[in-house]
Structures are given as C-alpha cells and as structure tokens.
Design a binder for this molecule. Sequence first.
Ligand code: VTB
Length: 333
Amino acid sequence: MSDAIEPIPSFVVSDRNLALELVRVTEAAALASAHWTGRGKKNDADGAAVEAMRTAFDTVAIDGTVVIGEGEMDEAPMLYIGEKVGSGGPAMDIAVDPLEGTNLCAKDMPNAITVVALAEKGNFLHAPDVYMDKIVVGPGLPEGVVDLDSSIENNLRNLAKAKGKAVRDLVLCTLDRERHEELIAKAWEAGARVRLLTDGDVAGAIAACLDTSQVDIYAGSGGAPEGVLAAAAIRCVNGQMQSRLLFEDDSQRERAQKMNPGKNPDRKLGLHDLAAGSVLFSATGVTSGTLLKGIHQYPNHAVTHSLVMRSKSGTVRFIEGYHNFKTKTWTPQ
Ligand code: VTB
C-alpha cells in the first residue's frame, strides 16, 4: 500500500448560489431588529426587521412571491402573502419570518433569529396560521427511526438504539407550553433530558439536526408557518421531519384545504410535503442561542452570525459578517 496522501478532489464552481445573496437579507433584518433588543418593544423590533428585510429583497435577482409571510394583504403592510419581491429573475416562492421570537428580542433572551427560505415556484406548503405537530431528528439515522404517531417513549428508545446511546443521554427540545406537559413528563420519566424553549421553534427544530447544538430530537406543536421554514433548513442538512396541521375548528380546516386544493388537510406531512425541490435557507442570529450567536454591537461596527444552506449541494455555511457603519451602503436606523 502506498503512503502517498490522496489529494482533496478539486471542485468546479459551476452554478450560482442564491443563498449567498439571501444572507444579506437576513443580516439586514437582524441588524435592524437588534436596535430594539432588550427594550421591551416586540412590535417595534418586528417592524424594523420586516422593513429591513423587505428593502433588502429588492437587491436579490429573483421574481419572488411570498407564500409564508407576515399575514394576509389586508393585515400586513409588507411581506404579506402574495406580495411580489425581488429585482427580477427566476420564479421563486419565499417563506419569511423576519423576526422569529419577537418576545425573545424584546426581552433580550436567547434564540431570536431572522429567517428566509426560498424554493422553486409551487414547492412550499401553503401553511395557514394554525398549530402544527412536529417531530425532527438529524441526518444519518435510519428512515422512520421516530414517528409522529408513535409514543415519545418509543421514539426515544428507537432513537437511542440507532444512535448507540442510552435514553438518558438524549436531549429532547420542545416549547415550554402547558400543552406539552404530558410530553415533557413522559420524556423525563423515560430518563431523557429536556431543553425547554420559551419561543422560537424554528431554531429548536433545526438544532436537532446539528451536532453542535447537543439536541437529539425536537417534538411538539408550534406554528405551521415556522414548520415550513424549519423544513427548508432540515432538507438542506438531510434530517428527518414529520408533521401534521392541527385545527381548532372546521373553519381552520377549510382554510387549509382552500390553500392546498386536492390535498387532505389532516394527512401526515413528510419533509417534501412541506418543502420540495431545490431549497435555500438563511438565518441570522439576533440574540445568541442554540443555533447562532447574536448581533455583537460596537461603536462603529456590528458583527453578525448567519447559517446559510442549500439543499442541492448540501453545503452548510456559518458566515460571520463584519459591518462597518462608516462605509455601509445602507443607513442604520
Ligand atoms: C412557535 C414559535 C414562535 O409561537 O411557533 C410558537 O416558533 C407557537 O405558538 O416563536 P404559541 O406561542 O401559541 O405556543 C412563537 O413562540 C411566537 O410566534
């Protein structure tokens, strides 16, 4: 056997990666909302993020339509569902959460992030603003190792086995809500650790797919739009996710049906039902958390930390941005 060291294969960079343009969109939103971190004003923080994100989109060469946004046209002045954004180019669908965790930002608590995902037209679930039951695990595990319809004890046991760990070594992440009391109690009873989030289940769900976060599984219900955003990220890292829309009444179910004609609104949704085709994802930290460090402010500059990914290549980038206020081409608010 030869001792020669194999060279690393060279890569030909042959296509455009729009995700690298998207990062400027989430950076802009994070820098704008960071002005409001810890000031107790969640609506101002959100408004600043929305406005900055909307403006930044004008620099991205796409013909974009918002499908997951700030609400319907009559309830949101910007980034409403159906709004066209971008400076022209390929037809893309856009999912945004300009400030995921408005409370977290207002109270300077961990895990506030700004989020954008892009898919080719028609590839995101049109999710109404209802709850969604979700279960997420990371890459490299047997398909179906956990199941939305299985008990949490079973899921923890199967996951532990697949990971070659004991259940007591697993970390389950979920939102700290009364509706999760039973889930949490059963996970504790089974011996697992539970990481509770006050808000921000997009970051929580993605955390289950990244080794650095020390989260093994995300489970529980949160917003359906947040579920689509998380799915885009999970597609990029080859994790697993199952979900189901939860309706409080028939009018919610009818709305979901109308938004997704011909599909059973009560069906179990796989990752590709939420985000299909080639998807791009970018998130920037506002306050430091499980996924990303937050904005670091200095007198004349700020530092941003972003996670940028695309499903086609599976490349995951953590991008640290140094923003010089003296030479920036935009004006800080
Ligand atoms: C989650 C979380 C959000 O709403 O989707 C959650 O990601 C779900 O709603 O940050 P409840 O708060 O009613 O549980 C947020 O916490 C706020 O939008």
